[in-house]
Design a binder for this molecule. Structure first.
Ligand code: 5GP
Length: 177
């Protein structure tokens, strides 16, 4: 059991299961990108632990960078505009692997990929640790998915509740009972 502020969470995905699956995803990436040198683009803050653990399991040549996503009130057909901050590398002609903690409606990752695409990379692939298919509101092509989950609220292993609860090795789910 984990208590964060006013909510309690129960164990959901344990550390061993997480690490095993991340190692499988890394194996796939090692195969898919053999002979290339992708730029791993971690989306802060939530994907920080997943990105680090994925990176530890990559044996191909690769580089890493992190971006942040800022939300604005102005809306489009796909929700609030989300601008990416912190990208200092030239990405033209690069193979990008964007690493997210969770894809819920898909709006965040769709905006991120759209803005990265405008800078002319050779390719963009998405790696997400968690995916809630039932919540998806836009078309996104997810190349690497750790776990598909129900439409529930999860914390831990980088994911927060109001800024807290990121610092655990396991993932927990909101206790609805
Ligand atoms: P989307 O744009 O796909 O709706 O939302 C993605 C972002 O919403 C994630 O990067 C994450 O910050 C947040 N999010 C969505 N679902 C959850 C969840 O179950 N738990 C937590 N902690 N954050 C979530």
């Amino acid at each position: 059991m984990l208590t964060v502020l006013d909510k309690t969470f129960v164990p959901f995905i344990g550390r061993d299961t997480l690490q095993e699956r991340i190692s499988e995803l890394a194996d796939q990436i090692n195969r898919d990108y053999a002979g290339r040198c992708p730029l791993i683009v971690g989306v802060l803050n939530g994907a920080v632990l997943f990105t680090a653990d994925l990176l530890k399991n990559l044996t191909i040549d690769c580089e890493i960078t992190f971006i942040r996503v800022a939300s604005y009130e102005q809306t489009t057909s796909t929700g609030n505009i989300k601008e990416i901050l912190g990208l200092t590398e030239a990405i033209t002609g690069r193979d990008l692997i964007v690493v997210e903690d969770i894809v819920d409606t898909g709006m965040t990752i769709a905006h991120v990929c759209q803005q990265l695409a405008e800078k002319g990379p050779a390719s963009i692939a998405i790696a997400t640790l968690l995916f809630k298919p039932a919540a998806l509101k836009t078309k996104v092509d997810l190349a690497y998915v750790g776990f598909e989950i129900e439409n529930q609220f999860v914390v831990g292993y980088g994911l927060d509740y109001d800024g807290l609860g990121r610092n655990t090795k396991d993932i927990f789910v909101l206790n609805e009972s």
